[in-house]
Design a protein around this ligand. Structure first.
Ligand code: C2E
Ligand code: CA
Ligand code: CA
Ligand code: CA
Length: 278
C-alpha cells in the first residue's frame, strides 16, 4: 500500500511540474508576441578593475508576469530551452537590446560593450543565430564589434560549436567563456576558438580572499589568461575585499552587486550619469 501511495505522490509531483512548465511556456509565448508585456532586459555594469569606470554591461533577461510576480531566468530559461522557445527569445532579446541602446544614445550614452548570453540549445541550431543577430543589428544601424556573446564551456561540446563560434568570430563579434571553471571541456578551445574573454564563475569569487584554494585557482586563471592575451572578468563580486584581491592579482574587469546590480535601461542611464558627475 505504501508503494502505491508513493507512486501517487511522485505522479502528483510530476503533474504539478508539468502544469507549471506549461503555464510558463504559454506565458512566455504571449509575452514575446506582446511588445508591452513583462519581458525586458536588465543590464549589469562591468567596470575596469583599476579605474572602476564602466566598460560594458551584461544583458540579463527579466520577466514580470501580469500578476506582478517576477519569474527568474533560472526558472524559465530551462523551460524555454526544452520547448525550443529559446530561439524566439534569443531573437527577441537582440531587438530589445537595440531599442534600449537607441534610448541610451538619446541620453548621450554609448556603451563600449554589450554581452549577451547564448544558451547551449541555441548552439545546436547551427550558425543561424549569428546571421539573425547580424541582420537585427544592421537593421538598427548597430555595429557588431561591441557585441560579445557569452557561451558556457558545456555548450562547446556540441558538434556545431566549432562552426558557430567561427561564424561569430568571422562576423566580428567577440566571445566570452561564461562560468569559467565549472564545465567539462578542455582548455584547447581557448586558442582554437580565439576566445577574447574569460568570466571566472562566482563560486570561485565568493570566498575570496580568505579561502586559500579559491585564491590560488583565481590567481592562476588570471595569470594563464594574461599570458594568452585573454581579458578576465570576475563575476559575483559582492565585497570590496573581493574586488581588492582581484584587482591586485591582475583581473581586468569586475562584475557583481558590489559594483552594480542588474537594472532596467532607465536606471542604467541614471547610474552612468551619476558615475560621471561624482
Ligand atoms: P549568468 O550568465 O551566469 O548570469 C549571472 C547571474 O548572477 C545573474 O543571474 C546575475 O543577476 C547574478 N549576479 C550578478 N551579480 C551577482 C552577485 O554579486 N552575487 C550573486 N549572488 N549573483 C549575482 P540571473 O539574472 O538570475 O540569471 C541566471 C542565469 O540565467 C544566467 O547566469 C544565464 O545563464 C541565464 N540567463 C539570464 N539571462 C539570459 C538571457 O538573456 N539568455 C539566456 N540564454 N540565458 C540567460
Ligand atoms: Ca552570463
Ligand atoms: Ca556566469
Ligand atoms: Ca551562471
Amino acid at each position: 500500500a505504501q508503494g502505491k501511495n508513493r507512486a501517487q505522490f511522485f505522479s502528483e509531483e510530476i503533474n504539478r511540474k508539468i502544469r507549471n512548465d506549461l503555464q510558463i511556456e504559454a506565458g512566455l509565448r504571449q509575452a514575446i508576441k506582446d511588445p508591452g508585456s513583462g519581458l525586458y532586459v536588465a543590464y549589469q555594469p562591468q567596470v575596469c578593475a583599476t579605474t572602476r569606470e564602466i566598460v560594458g554591461v551584461e544583458a540579463l533577461i527579466r520577466w514580470r508576469q501580469d500578476d506582478g510576480k517576477s519569474v527568474s531566468p533560472g526558472e524559465f530559461i530551462p523551460v524555454a530551452e526544452k520547448t525550443g522557445l529559446i530561439i524566439e527569445i534569443g531573437a527577441w532579446l537582440v531587438g530589445r537590446i537595440c531599442r534600449d541602446l537607441a534610448h541610451m544614445r538619446q541620453s548621450g550614452i554609448e556603451l563600449p560593450k554589450i554581452a549577451i548570453n547564448v544558451s547551449p540549445k541555441e548552439m545546436t541550431r547551427g550558425t543561424a543565430i549569428v546571421g539573425n543577430a547580424c541582420l537585427t543589428l544592421t537593421g538598427f544601424g548597430e555595429s557588431v564589434e561591441r557585441f560579445q556573446f557569452e557561451i558556457t564551456e558545456n555548450a562547446l561540446i556540441d558538434e556545431n560549436a566549432s562552426d558557430v563560434l567561427k561564424a561569430f568570430h568571422d562576423a566580428g563579434f567577440t566571445l566570452a567563456i561564461d562560468d569559467f571553471g565549472t564545465g567539462y571541456s578542455s582548455l584547447g578551445y581557448l586558442k582554437r576558438f580565439r576566445v577574447s574573454t574569460l568570466k571566472i564563475d562566482q563560486q570561485f569569487v565568493q570566498s575570496l580572499p580568505g579561502d586559500n584554494e579559491d585564491a590560488t585557482i583565481v590567481s592562476a586563471v588570471i595569470q594563464m589568461a594574461q599570458a594568452l592575451g585573454i581579458t578576465v572578468v570576475a563575476e559575483g563580486v559582492e565585497t570590496e575585499a573581493q574586488a581588492a584581491f582581484l584587482t591586485e592579482h591582475g583581473c581586468d574587469i569586475l562584475q557583481g552587486y558590489h559594483v552594480g546590480r542588474p537594472m532596467p535601461v532607465h536606471e542604467l542611464v541614471t547610474f552612468i550619469h551619476g558615475q560621471h558627475t561624482t
